[in-house]
Design a protein around this ligand. Structure first.
Ligand SMILES: *Cc1c(COP(=O)(O)O)cnc(C)c1O
Length: 378
């Protein structure tokens, strides 16, 4: 390569590496090491087709992909003989699949989601052209169950497709799936589907104590997570787990690939399933639980340190996200904090340490919030 481009590459590397080091505002783990898998970059791996169906194209990692899906199906207490899923390009695609499946099962359904729902869900609903209603959120970001109940009652002639959040983007609020389920029961809504968006918190939901209902046993029909968030991956990815009996009802065989066209995209990257597989093998359930416990401890510490400065920080129960009023431009820029309306957050991902929190606190003291600053450029 020419000198000029070599320089460009090394500058990019430097820039990315610096940006990675002060990063507290987005739910992305950075503490992974997949170097053992480096050689796999030599292969044009493509997981096209259904991972649970043999296909003609054999440069693939379907076996690992199936193991990843099985791992999460078990973690989410899916029926061992009735689950399906695949590794997606991210939580957004996982949610799109969940909503697509719901719409195919209930073409006359109405989608309900809280106003704290991730922005990509509205786009998904638009793409699928399903009627929908946004439900009020409580102060903490959790769905307002009363508003949900009243709204469903007014539309009770239509099947209910509920998109529940298990960890909203800004406050990591968790909608209680068994409460949602009991509301549907109370209203005698027979045709219903609950998809749970667990982008960040779905991966550690099973380790939360006391338990917050969110999984298949609690009433979910499908569940999605992002792979690059809690687990961490160099390439964004996600996982969707559904019920096989539901997926079977909508799958079509395609002779060109000798497989079933069950996935949203055709060609699918086969490296991500390999990374996910590697991570869960290395961590195991105990490693994942320890990762969550570390995050929780750092979050408790972070909340306390901010409160000690006299700033009103708070967290949802057992959350690793600390919420506080929006901070100065300097702090926001340095730590890459997301801001929405009047607040910001720090997400204590597994790689975040107490030392980093201390450094962040020093900056909070050094650059106090300017109450008149505007956030138009957010
Ligand atoms: C991040 C996020 C998504 C989208 O996931 P991607 O992996 O970025 O596509 C969806 N829902 C919630 C709650 C999220 O936090």
């Amino acid at each position: 390569m020419k000198k000029e481009q070599e320089l460009q590459i090394s500058q990019l590397r430097q820039k990315i590496s610096e940006a990675r080091n002060s990063f507290l505002g987005y739910p992305v783990s950075k503490d992974f090491d997949y170097s053992e898998l480096n050689d796999f970059l030599e292969f044009p791996i493509n997981n096209l087709g259904d991972p649970f169906n043999a296909s003609t194209y054999r440069v693939q990692t379907h076996e690992m992909e199936r193991e990843v899906v099985s791992f999460f199906a078990k973690l989410f207490r899916a029926n061992p003989s009735d689950y399906w899923g695949y590794v997606t390009n991210g939580g957004s695609e996982s949610n799109l699949y969940g909503l697509y499946l719901a719409r195919e099962l209930f073409p006359k359904g109405m989608v309900y989601y809280s106003e704290s729902t991730h922005y990509s869900v509205r786009k998904n609903i638009h793409l699928l052209n399903i009627p929908s209603i946004a439900i009020r959120s409580q102060e903490n970001g959790e769905i307002d169950y009363e508003d949900f109940e009243n709204t469903v009652r007014m539309n009770r002639h239509m099947p209910v497709i509920c998109l529940a959040n298990f960890g909203t983007t800004m406050t990591e609020a968790k909608d209680d799936v068994s409460k949602i389920k009991s509301i549907l029961k109370k209203l005698a809504i027979h045709d219903h589907y609950i998809h749970v968006d667990g982008a960040l918190a779905g991966s550690f939901g099973s380790f939360i104590e006391p338990k917050i209902p969110f999984d298949f046993k609690d009433g979910a029909d499908s569940l999605s997570i992002s792979g690059h968030k809690f687990i961490g991956s160099p390439i964004p990815c996600g996982v969707i787990v559904s019920k096989k009996s539901n997926t079977d009802r909508i799958s079509k065989g395609i002779s060109y690939i000798g497989s079933l066209d069950t996935t949203i995209t055709g060609s699918r990257n086969g490296h991500s399933p390999l990374f996910m597989w590697y991570a869960i093998q290395k961590l195991g359930i105990d490693g994942m639980r320890a990762r969550y416990q570390h995050s929780l401890e750092v979050a408790e510490y972070c909340e306390k340190r901010i409160l000690d400065l006299g700033i009103q920080a708070w967290r949802n129960p057992q959350a690793i996200t600390v919420v506080f009023p929006k901070v100065s431009k300097e702090v926001k820029a340095k730590w890459q904090l997301a801001t929405e309306s009047d607040y910001s957050h720090v997400i204590c991902m597994p790689n975040v340490t107490k030392q980093q929190i201390d450094e962040f606190i020093t900056d909070l003291e050094r650059y106090p919030t300017d109450p008149h600053s505007d956030s138009d450029w957010d």
